[in-house]
Design a protein around this ligand. Structure first.
Ligand SMILES: *Cc1c(COP(=O)(O)O)cnc(C)c1O
Length: 230
């Protein structure tokens, strides 16, 4: 049964997070698991919620909007983790509690305007580029403070911290160590912006070792996706 599959995926991920915390001398309570449910149906979100998951992540508005609506009765926090075009902001602000992929001033302005219009408070994380591939999104480390400042100053938004995806072909630990440096830089000016969103199915242990407060896990929980969706 699907519940059993998901329960066993969840148990495996919980075990890995627990072991990574132990190895890093961190408390399990310092790390939040975000279940990335992209390509999986609302029914799976419901099963995850039944198993105690409280944070879910999605990366495409077309898919996320109806799923969030179908799960509106569940006690969930919705994280938007995908690249976000300004023409989708109105929809995303309608259901997302946090947006992890804020990577330009224009987007900050657009999210702020919509948050105010919809009387919402949206948590925003600056997505950090840990390599030079512009296609993967994110702000270069040197430009992160300015985007963080813009979020902090924008009505309707609160600055959560930083997010990144480990670059392909590099030791993820090294990349996550750079992310932690960027995060600490942001925290100097914004001590409450403590979120470090890093680590996915393959590299969650390295992320926890380097200070991740939020890991975003899809495949290891729900199985391999049929479609490749970034
Ligand atoms: C899909 C996705 C994840 C989850 O990836 P898995 O490898 O399935 O764990 C995490 N973060 C982002 C931004 C994603 O798009």
């Amino acid at each position: 049964m699907r519940t059993d599959e998901i329960a066993s995926g969840l148990a495996g991920v919980e075990k890995r997070i627990g072991e990574a915390c132990l190895a890093a001398g961190r408390d399990r309570g310092e790390v939040t698991l975000i279940a990335v449910t992209k390509t999986y149906p609302a029914a799976d979100v419901r099963l995850l919620a039944g198993l105690g998951v409280r944070d879910v992540g999605e990366n495409r508005d077309q898919e996320a909007a109806p799923k969030a609506a179908a799960c509106a009765d569940l006690p969930l926090t919705w994280h938007f983790v995908g690249q976000l075009q300004t023409n989708k902001v109105r929809s995303v602000v309608g259901y997302a509690d946090l947006i992890h992929s804020v990577d330009r001033g224009r987007l900050v302005e657009a999210i702020s305007r919509e948050a105010v219009r919809q009387s919402r408070e949206i948590g925003c994380l600056v997505q950090v580029a840990l390599d030079d591939d512009p296609g993967r999104g994110g702000v270069r480390p040197a430009d992160v403070p300015a985007v963080a400042e813009a979020i902090d100053a924008a009505p309707g938004l609160w600055l959560g911290g930083v997010m990144a995806v480990a670059p392909l072909g590099e030791d993820p630990g090294k990349a996550f160590a750079r992310l932690r440096d960027v995060a600490l830089g942001v925290q100097e000016g914004h001590p409450r912006a403590t979120m470090i969103s890093a680590g996915m199915s393959v590299d969650l242990a390295e992320a926890v070792a380097h200070g991740a407060t939020h890991v975003r896990v899809g495949t290891a929980l729900l199985g391999r996706r049929k479609l490749f969706v970034r």
